[in-house]
Design a protein around this ligand. Sequence first.
Ligand code: GDP
Ligand code: MG
Length: 441
Amino acid sequence: LGGSISRAIQQMSNATIIDEKALNDCLNEITRALLQSDVQFKLVRDMQTNIKKIVNLDDLAAGHNKRRIIQQAIFNELCKILDPGKSSFTPKKGKTSVVMFVGLQGSGKTTTCTKYAYYYQKKGWKPALVCADTFRAGAFDQLKQNATKAKIPFYGSYMESDPVKIAEEGVERFKKENCDLIIVDTSGRHKQEAALFEEMRQVSEAAKPDLIIFVMDSSIGQAAFDQAQAFKQSVAVGAVIITKMDGHAKGGGALSAVAATKSPVIFIGTGEHMDEFEVFDVKPFVSRLLGMGDWSGFMDKIQEVVPMDQQPELLQKLSEGNFTLRIMYEQFQNLLKMGPIGQVFSMLPGFSAELMPKGHEKESQAKIKRYMTMMDSMTNEELDSSNPKLMNESRMMRIARGAGRPIRDVMEMLEEYKRLAKVWSKMKGLKIPKKGEMSSL
Ligand code: GDP
Ligand code: MG
């Protein structure tokens, strides 16, 4: 998708005369690309109308940042679709909340329930799982297995065939046990059928959830809108989770789900494992959808805050994708100063959000300083190498001794380096603007 959209924009900006026709051609091309990416037809059509209103042809004709204006307009429109204008119910730690999951069979409910519980458990919550799926043979076993693995209390039954009763009993039991997040997994069917929706209504009445999360497989294509709408019409869906974003899914269905349920996407599933679960963030998602990488906002930020004379060097380093320990050292310095470049890096997904999570700034700073002390004991060769094999045990021991730290600290620092190198390498091949071209990216 990203490819065809940038091609369309490129073609238009190559046109000598930017008139209504050139813009229309470009928009048609983009429309096609969005449809192929499973964005619902009506959404695409509305978006096209909006863009025409926003994009002022006179500005375009004057030759100012044509590509940029259009790209930005598309970006903003897609972000707008993904923002339903209100946030969903957010559970509060220490207070009891009941969250019910709904969705078709195979959409990923049971897997996602556990991921959701695990996500909160890691933050110190007391989640619990209730299996109100009596339709699918083995449903309880699956939930039990997941829950046991994550050490999360669960409730269910092999004998009872009434999901309503199980939901009621399970919620009651975990309320008594002072769990603060009671998660009710439900059954699905292969199709959207009346019996399923009736069951969801009844379970919802019994469990009295504070939030109902609609779980949708991202690979269902154009069917997303109808499916989401059908669930919304039978129960009070308040949030959406999109699963299997690791596959070939093009992601456009997320826009449909939001439009149909008028509820925000809160997480996405990116794999079968418990921790393959990410908080949903509109802008990076749209960037990805448009093939702009995750770095659209990032490039803007660079232009905004990095002093002009430092931009080329920084971009050069980024585009080489070659992350050395020395670069890490420099970025740590920037992060600690929270100067302009530090601000830029705080925007990189996975960079400082993990390195310096909100609320833990003090500990994180101490950790970064510790890492830097160890790096001070490294040789130039070690700092400038991007060969991970160079760091053998004897080097690590020498560094540990030099810094007066245990060797496991050195190992931890090198692990962090590997993680950051991965983030950094995603920017490899970043197009570096030539002098004077910065603003027309
Ligand atoms: P349910 O019928 O809605 O409860 O769906 P399940 O939780 O049983 O999931 C159906 C299948 O999808 C299982 O094989 C899961 O492992 C798989 N699955 C769920 N979420 C994801 C995801 O985010 N990525 C991938 N690759 N597989 C997933
Ligand atoms: Mg299930």
